[in-house]
Design a protein around this ligand. Structure first.
Ligand SMILES: [Zn+2]
Length: 480
């Protein structure tokens, strides 16, 4: 029998995050997403000769904030370095980045490990740098156009240790990173707009080996689903190469999500290929202990602390607390209504139920929920006061979620209030009983199913607006 090897996947991540500053890192151009090509530009960010960069202080503040929230040490004495490469997306032919003295080092994020339990993903460093422009390939004219609007948008690059062993671990880490960065307000982390994108360094090795295999890199991945598919596809490819006796080449590969395969782009560069040297146009930055202390004190409650508090103080389940704290926006929905006096468990049930369902059905992210968060409380309030049934509330929530309707007005306009006039309810049920003699006889001869049918008919006659328990009670009374 052929000897079969079990393989282990080893991955490290480089995550680029666009910072939420109003202006670019070295000039005063707007960082706003979109805009007509090359309208958010000036001589500095388009690299005209003779211009000088001036550092945006807010970039240093945000990078420090991110570092502290990710448990890093902050480098007090910081410098920028010049990374030289010639490619049209960067008109200067170099990128201002940090190589020798990155602003943050030695951090970590705790995630659920693949085999259960917790594990820390180490953060090797975080450095500040400028984003490049965007190349747009036009298949019609077979030409490439360049848009420099994104050129000079501030980035932090978060470099992890090679601590990941599965696609799930990568996704959990990215979800956590996204939540933390959103909570502390340093980035909107809109993956669909590219403000959070990940490069995945992946290698495989026989289980039990402590040597790393040769890695490949897949760049600029910006959807969780594509990332999971890319990891599975690329690890499979490497294992096949090795099992056939070949060797994996160190290279950058492009994941094509439509073809479900990765393709070689170029051999992977090492730091020496970029001929880094200290950036001569910028002076070093010193960050004082005082500023670090102030920044630490200004951090809000982080998702992990919230999760624990939701369980210990508010009595939510571990699972619900973990899910809600994945997003700043779900937390806002929860906490705003909690502050208005609605019960924590009821709110959690709604968020875990209807809100999650609507998000998943519509393919939206929590930050895209366009309704007034107070409407969820208003809806729960109407159920509590027996003004509408739970089923009606679910239907109304659909309109709230999809169209941003005010639920109180919606219920009024669509005449959805529960019929509380027991006389009217009784009359409707009497009519149903009179019209369904056969079912009445069946029930009387002991068929429980017939009762369900009569309840259904009664609810229908009342257009779903009666309390089902009241209907059942009245029916049973009528049928003796
Ligand atoms: Zn500019």
């Amino acid at each position: 029998m052929a000897k079969t090897t079990s393989w282990e996947i080893v991955m490290g991540l480089e995550v680029h995050v666009e910072l939420a500053t109003k202006t670019k890192i070295f000039c005063s151009c707007t960082t706003e997403f979109g805009g007509d090509p090359n309208t958010h530009c000036c001589p500095i960010c388009t690299g005209m000769p003779g211009v000088l960069p001036s550092l945006n202080r807010q970039v240093v503040n945000y990078a420090t904030r991110a570092g502290l929230a990710l448990n890093c040490e902050i480098t007090r004495y910081n410098k920028f370095d010049r990374k030289n490469y010639f490619y049209p997306d960067l008109p200067k032919a170099y990128q201002i980045s940090q190589l020798y003295l990155p602003i943050c080092r030695n951090g970590g994020v705790e995630i659920e490990a693949e085999g259960g339990g917790k594990k820390i993903i180490g953060i090797h460093e975080i450095h500040m740098e400028e984003d490049a422009g965007k190349l747009v390939h036009d298949p019609w004219t077979d030409s490439t156009m360049v848009d420099y609007n994104r050129c000079g948008v501030p980035l932090i690059e978060i470099v992890s240790e090679p601590d990941f062993r599965s696609a799930n671990e990568v996704i959990r880490y990215l979800e956590k990173l996204k939540a933390i960065l959103q909570f502390i307000g340093v980035s909107d982390c809109k993956m669909q707009e590219g403000s959070l994108r990940a490069d995945i360094n992946l290698s495989v090795r026989p289980v039990g080996s402590d040597k790393f295999g040769t890695r490949t890199e897949m760049k600029n991945m910006n959807s969780f689903k594509a990332i999971a598919r890319a990891i599975n596809g690329e690890s499979k490819r490497q294992i096949e190469v090795l099992e056939e006796g070949g060797t994996v080449k160190q290279e950058t590969r492009r994941w094509d999500d439509n073809k479900d395969a990765s393709f070689a782009m170029r051999s992977k560069e090492d730091a020496q290929d970029y001929k880094y040297f200290p950036e001569p146009d910028l002076i070093p930055i010193e960050i004082s202990e005082e500023v670090i202390k102030q920044t630490r004190n200004s951090l809000p409650e982080l998702p992990e602390a919230k999760r624990q508090r939701y369980v210990s103080e508010l009595g939510l389940s571990e699972y619900d607390a973990a899910q809600i704290t994945t997003s700043k926006y779900l937390v806002a929905l929860f906490e705003e209504n909690l502050a208005a006096g609605y019960p924590a468990k009821e709110l959690a049930n709604w968020i875990m139920g209807e809100v999650m369902r609507m998000l998943s059905d519509s393919g939206k992210e929590p930050e895209e929920m366009g309704f007034d968060y107070r409407y969820l409380g208003a809806l729960i309030g109407m159920v509590q006061k027996n003004e509408i049934t739970r089923n009606t509330a679910k239907k109304v929530f659909k309109a709230v979620f999809e169209e941003g309707c005010d639920p109180v007005k919606y219920v009024e306009e669509h005449n959805l209030k529960t019929v509380t006039d027991t006389g009217a309810v009784k009359k409707a049920i009497e009519e149903v009983v009179a019209a369904n003699q056969k079912s009445v006889d069946e029930y009387k001869s002991g068929k429980e199913k017939a009762l369900q049918y009569l309840i259904g008919q009664s609810m229908r006659a009342l257009r779903g607006k009666a309390d089902p328990q009241t209907v059942t009670a009245i029916l049973k009374e009528l049928l003796g």
